[in-house]
Design a protein around this ligand. Structure first.
Ligand code: AMP
Length: 416
């Protein structure tokens, strides 16, 4: 129950209006600690409810210590992409709907003049992408010294996207802050931890371990494929199945995205596509066609899909498996959101079985194999994944093995 947190009635009423019945696991962990003013280092992928986990304590802080005079923003939330910034901005407006707290969003990809309103009036919570905000700081249009709370959202993505220098500069500017919260989908890469050590002071380390129910929302399947051509046939078959309504298809390369979108059209499967270097207006157009439901299939690379925030994605299909586990986790986290069921389907060739093994070990769960009758693979499953899995024994298994071996020795010596 959200009533367990010491939140003002205006906030509880907005939560109720949003339809949140009870806190998600990351909210249970983060909200009480953040309300004590502690620095937070949290591992929470998108879809876990992390946005409200930081927005609620922030709102409560602003209500507890109201502003005495107009000025620059008191809270700064840095996030990697424009879409994510807009989404967080909207969430903040919803949560603060019944209060006087003002939210503003500053991102690249729009005219400079369009931020005048935010820069010249009093905004309490500013959501921004690092690049554009730094420009305003350098031009002395924005002063970060009034920031009391700093949030680094999707820190791993921001670092991946090469924002580390911009963030470091902004973090330095916001040096009078009292609290910093860092959220990252995973804390796997050394980069995030190193960065966290620099910007956080005695942080509370909080890791969302989604409850079984939250976890079970995403069904994960694997189809074995002989080659790229076979993968395409599987893809078409899956996309034509009933219930496959709003689907994101991931490919690893830009060329594959283009190739796939062309081929899907020839199969009478209209789709939109996104790639990293697309002009902003074209990108917005693709996203809105997909969001409005006019087109049901979106084909994208990971870079292009960063920050894409669409709630009711029914299926994520990995046409190519990513090379890293954390990317896989990010991809599948795009479905099964807001309490809906989601399906993640991966198409794997023999050379993908190594990463499949890693994914299975990370999740401690085997990806369920599925076969489409008329498209059965000719080749058998490569045994790489199984071999590796066998090597890794649990402590109980190790003990059992040792016991067995010592029994064998005893038998041998008795025989002698
Ligand atoms: P996020 O991980 O912050 O992107 O949130 C994912 C989705 O979950 C968003 O659509 C939120 O509106 C929704 N959400 C956040 N917290 C809750 C909650 N406690 N109960 C139900 N839905 C929630």
């Amino acid at each position: 129950m959200f009533e367990q947190f010491d939140l003002d009635s205006e906030l509880l009423a907005s939560i109720k209006e949003l339809g949140y019945k009870k806190p998600t696991s990351i909210q249970e962990l983060v909200i009480p600690q953040a309300m004590l003013g502690k620095d937070i280092l949290a591992s929470a992928p998108t879809g876990t409810g992390k946005t409200a986990a930081f927005l609620l304590p922030i709102a409560q802080h602003l209500l507890d210590y109201p502003r005495t005079q107009p000025g620059f923003p008191r809270v700064l939330i840095l996030t990697p992409t424009r879409e994510l910034a807009i989404q967080i901005g909207q969430d903040s407006e919803q949560i603060n709907k019944l209060t006087k707290i003002k939210t503003g969003v500053i991102t690249g990809g729009v005219n400079y003049g369009s931020h005048d309103d935010i820069l010249n009036s009093t905004t309490d919570i500013l959501v921004a992408t690092p690049g554009r905000l730094l420009e305003y700081i350098e031009n002395e249009q924005f002063d970060a010294r009034e920031i009391e709370i700093l949030v680094l959202d999707e820190a791993d993505r921001m670092l991946d996207m090469g924002f580390s220098e911009a963030i470091n500069r902004i973090v330095g500017e916001a040096r009078w802050r009292k609290q910093t919260m860092l959220f990252s989908a995973t804390l796997e890469g050394a980069g995030v931890i190193r960065f966290a050590k620099e910007v956080l002071t005695e942080p509370e380390f909080l890791e969302s371990s989604p409850s079984r129910k939250e976890k079970a929302k995403i069904h994960q399947w694997l189809h074995l494929a002989d080659n790229a051509e076979h993968k395409f046939k599987l893809l078409v078959n899956i996309l034509k199945q009933e219930g496959v309504d709003r689907t994101v298809v991931f490919a690893n390369k830009r060329e594959t995205v283009q190739y796939l979108s062309g081929k899907l059209y020839s199969e009478e499967l209209p789709c939109v596509w996104l790639e990293g270097k697309m002009p902003q207006d074209k990108r917005n157009k693709s996203i809105s066609r997909f969001k409005s439901g006019g087109i049901k299939i979106l084909v994208a690379t990971d870079v292009a899909a960063r920050g894409l925030d669409i709630d009711d994605i029914t299926h994520v299909i990995n046409f190519d498996l990513p090379r890293k586990v954390d990317i896989y986790i990010h991809r599948i986290g795009r479905t099964g959101r807001a309490g809906l069921k989601g399906t993640a389907i991966s198409l794997a060739e023999a050379h993908d079985m190594m990463v499949v093994g890693k994914i299975e070990r990370y999740q401690d769960e085997r990806l369920q194999r599925r076969v489409i009758d008329e498209l059965r693979p000719k080749h058998k499953e490569s045994r790489v994944a199984n071999k590796k899995a066998k090597v890794k024994l649990s402590t109980a298994q190790k003990k059992a093995k040792a016991k067995k071996q010592s029994k064998k020795k005893v038998k041998k010596s008795k025989a002698k």
